[in-house]
Design a protein around this ligand. Structure first.
Ligand SMILES: Nc1ncnc2c1ncn2[C@@H]1O[C@H](COP(=O)(O)OP(=O)(O)O)[C@@H](O)[C@H]1O
Ligand SMILES: [Mg+2]
Length: 330
């Protein structure tokens, strides 16, 4: 079967200044450094990792919002056309982005209904006399009231604004939504509502999600598959249930063991992450995770582990994954 979206060896570099002043050195920052994944129609790939590991950049590359330094993105087997081209705009109807901050994503001066209709105007997707009707249908689907068509963003709650953003993204009947931290800016009390709405929309409309989040609890709830990123690379990728039950990479183990368990009490197998990730302009040699890894040995400091496919289909980049004594094999 052809994947809905297939990313192969994506890289995105930025030239950045290190230090200040006229003599500041230039360095290459590898925001995304050789990332591959597939998303099937109607399924969710969760993308997790600490802040700065390259999740948002990966999402933008997936939609062709920024060009890769190298690597390819294919949508139903067809290569991503150059950004801005007619073919790309046509494809963008089928792939939409949902950002973290719904207020920032909306124009404060316009009624939300006008903004919900906007993608239809841009893509000339329906005759104009049908725009309002479609907006009403989509608004109902995301749980907005018909009279809210004429509301301004500031008249709505944070949760309602995120529903507006979702409604706008759904107007062109996309097959894929890239959701970049879609609930992180919302009150905890309404996060669950928006998560349930996303799950419900997937059930009814068969939409696929690239679900980006640093919150593993939510990722666990929504994802069929999960990819774990560290400093621009995927260090572990696999089916969500088994990955959460038996994380193989020490970094995944640390993230999973940091998920608060309902009912309190520290987990017995807790693996604490020390400090912050290193800067992506100065990635440690060998395994980039080795300075923070309790299992690191000499090989980890000198040799970068490749992603290896385990018998259960899991992909893991760790030299010590096969050592049963460490209990880190899947
Ligand atoms: N336009 C840019 N110019 C320079 N560096 C960037 C740019 N966009 C992202 N980066 C850097 O790339 C790395 C990954 O960023 P990002 O993809 O936003 O991470 P995440 O979403 O996981 O927090 C970070 O170090 C960030 O500072
Ligand atoms: Mg981000």
């Amino acid at each position: 079967m052809t994947a809905l979206l297939k990313a192969t060896d994506l890289r995105r570099e930025y030239r950045v200044q290190t230090g200040r002043g006229p003599f500041a050195a230039k360095a290459v920052l590898r925001a995304v450094d050789g990332v591959s994944f597939e998303i099937e129609a109607g399924r969710t790939l969760g993308l997790v990792g600490e802040s700065g590991c390259g999740k948002s950049t990966t999402g933008k590359l997936a939609l062709g919002l920024i060009p890769p330094t190298s690597g390819t993105v294919r949508h139903r087997g067809v290569a991503m056309p150059p950004a801005g081209s007619t073919a790309w705009r046509e494809l963008r109807r089928k792939m939409q982005m949902v950002y973290q901050d719904p207020l920032g994503a909306l124009d404060r001066r316009l009624p939300v209904g006008v903004q919900i209709i906007e993608p239809l105007v841009i893509h000339a997707a329906l005759p104009p006399n049908e725009h309002r009707e479609r907006a009403r249908t989509v608004m109902a689907a995301v749980g907005l009231q018909p009279h809210q068509f004429d509301s301004y963003p500031h008249e709505l709650s944070g949760g309602q604004r995120q529903r507006v953003v979702l409604a706008r993204a759904l107007m062109t009947e996309p097959s894929l939504l890239v959701c970049d931290e879609p609930i992180s800016a919302l009150d905890v009390s309404i996060q669950a509502q928006v998560v349930n709405l996303l799950l419900d929309l997937q059930d009814r409309l068969g939409i696929a999600y690239l679900f980006i989040s640093h919150d593993l609890r939510v990722v666990r709830q929504v994802s069929h598959d999960v990819a774990v990123m560290y400093l621009g690379r995927i260090v572990e990728q696999g089916e969500a249930e088994s990955l959460f039950a038996q994380p193989a990479h020490p970094y995944t183990r640390a993230l999973v063991s940091a998920i608060p368990v309902t009912g309190g009490g520290p987990r017995r197998d807790q693996l604490l992450l020390q400090g912050d990730p290193p800067s992506p302009v100065d990635v440690p040699a060998g395994c980039a995770f080795h300075p923070r890894c309790p299992f690191a040995v000499a090989q980890c400091r000198s040799e970068r582990p490749a992603l290896e496919v385990l018998p259960d289909g899991r992909q893991v980049a760790c030299h010590r994954v096969h050592e049963p004594a460490l209990g880190i094999a899947a």
